[in-house]
Design a binder for this molecule. Structure first.
Ligand code: ASP
Ligand code: MG
Length: 467
């Protein structure tokens, strides 16, 4: 079997964890071909972002402090995971890269300016360091591992720094040629997640959490038989276990359902990561490095009917609702377009929209931190026009999303969902269901959110039965 294994940052946070992950890889390299993908160690990406910000503000002392911490952390990791031979081979490379990072950060410090391009360059070191250390750990265990950055592996993107998109055809070709050849030679490629290069060879990144995406791009290109995403959770769950103690791991879930959950922020998945593997029908497993014998969640093309049409109930926090009203909105084409355009120009993403057939109001859900900006934007450009008479912000709301492919064409799901919520005396403020029927989302007061989730989770008996 050919498997792409991606390790998340929390699984690579310390030297012991890296050694543990290397052992997990080694267990599979005897009988399988493995491609390893690494995220940055622990919170290194956040640390590097902070470093860029501090440098941009010209705080030279703090820059020095932060740089030293990053240097020490990674030199320490290599020291602890590598045997003497590997350390000799690798330490100089690591030191060279640390110097390159330092130079880039000093450049930002002197100029007091960071561009998306220079930020990507700085961020790329997180994955370069961790992946070099992982390759060192593997080599020390006797695995024939070879380090590659995303560009060397063959991932070419556009120049949308910070959120670059792969140019998929050329990427496929490159990967098949380069990684394919290494696998044929019995080498275990160890690839930086998250980072790639544009056509000119300049470093780009695939967006936060992008290492998942790296793994699935590699897998779909080779192709591989499976992708294993190693993280610090047992898998996707029927609900957030912090809210719902009897929530359980979902054993099997379809690509579409998993994408839906990723979009709603379920832990452990980059929203775009499933696109390449879904097209290629490659199963993805979510596994826990801290509990490797657990089965995890299998994401695959499943049309099988489960007992319940509902798979998971998610709570989306930090949201706010905007209700835009106006008598002349009725029958006036282009109203929604104008409102959305105004928000778009203010850089605000609309997460959910609902308009009743009477057309006299439109409700929108946005991130809570954007609320003030959104109200101002609408007041400035639309209030007092013929169309919009008022805009009412509401800050303390949350979205409950009920996800499951089995809801499609199953009558009575909505009545059961809303019945369960109503029986708790909870008032529903806004509802949306896409015609894909993959999810029903609705809005309640923040205080009511957890109870609403519990009511639906119980109604569909998704959790562990209480003893
Ligand atoms: N290190 C990057 C991030 O933290 C990419 C990843 O972890 O997947 O966003
Ligand atoms: Mg990370």
């Amino acid at each position: 079997m050919r498997v792409v294994m991606k390790f998340g940052g929390s699984s690579l946070a310390t030297a012991d964890l890296i050694k543990h992950c290397a052992t997990l890889v080694k267990q599979h390299t005897d009988r399988n071909e493995v491609v390893v993908v690494c995220s940055a160690s622990g919170d290194t990406t956040d640390d590097l972002l902070q470093l860029v910000e501090t440098a941009r503000r010209g705080r030279s002392e703090e820059v020095e402090h932060r740089l030293s911490a990053i240097e020490e952390h990674h030199l320490g990791l290599l020291d602890a995971v590598a045997d003497e031979r590997v350390r000799e081979e690798t330490a100089e490379t690591l030191k060279q890269w640390l110097r390159e990072l330092r130079r880039a950060v000093l450049g930002i410090l002197y100029l007091r300016e960071a561009t998306p391009r220079s930020t990507d360059y700085v961020l790329s070191f997180g994955e370069k360091f961790s992946t070099l250390v992982m390759a060192g750990a593997l080599n020390s265990l006797g695995v024939k591992a070879q380090y590659l950055d995303g560009g060397e592996a063959g991932i070419v993107t556009d120049s949308n720094f910070g959120e670059a998109a792969p140019l998929i055809e050329v990427t496929r070709l490159n990967i098949r040629r380069r990684i394919g050849r290494m696998l044929d030679e019995g080498i275990t490629p160890v690839v930086t997640g998250f980072i790639a290069t544009n056509e000119e060879g300049v470093i780009t990144t695939l967006g936060r959490g992008g290492s998942d995406y790296t793994a699935t791009i590699l897998a779909s290109s080779l192709p591989a038989d499976e992708v294993w995403l190693w993280s610090d959770v047992d898998g996707l769950m029927t609900a957030n276990p912090k809210l719902i103690p009897n929530a359980v791991v979902i054993k099997k879930i379809s690509y579409n359902e998993a994408i839906e959950m990723a979009l709603f922020g379920a832990k452990g998945l980059h929203p775009r990561a499933l696109e390449p593997v879904m097209a290629a029908q490659i199963p993805v497993r979510i596994k826990n490095t801290f509990n490797p014998s657990a089965e995890g969640t299998l994401i695959c093309d499943t049309s099988e009917k489960t007992a319940s049409p509902v798979k998971a109930v998610l709570l989306v926090n930090d949201t706010a609702m905007l209700t835009v009203k106006g008598p002349s909105m009725v029958g006036e084409p282009g109203t929604a377009a104008k409102i959305l355009e105004t928000l778009y120009h203010a850089g605000i993403n609309v997460m959910m929209i609902s308009q009743s057939i009477s057309e006299s109001s439109i409700s929108l859900i946005i991130k809570r931190r954007h609320l003030d900006k959104a109200v101002t934007a609408i007041e400035k450009s639309l209030l007092g026009t013929r169309i919009v008479a008022s805009v009412e912000p509401e800050e303390d709301v949350v979205v409950v999303a009920v996800v499951g492919e089995g809801m499609k064409g199953t009558p009575g799901v909505a009545s059961k969902v809303f019945g369960a919520v109503a029986s708790c005396g909870i008032n529903i403020r806004m509802i949306a269901q896409g015609s894909s029927e993959l999810n029903i989302s609705f809005v309640v007061k923040e205080n009511d959110g957890p109870e609403a989730v519990k009511a639906i989770h119980d109604e569909y008996k998704l959790g562990k039965p209480s003893a």
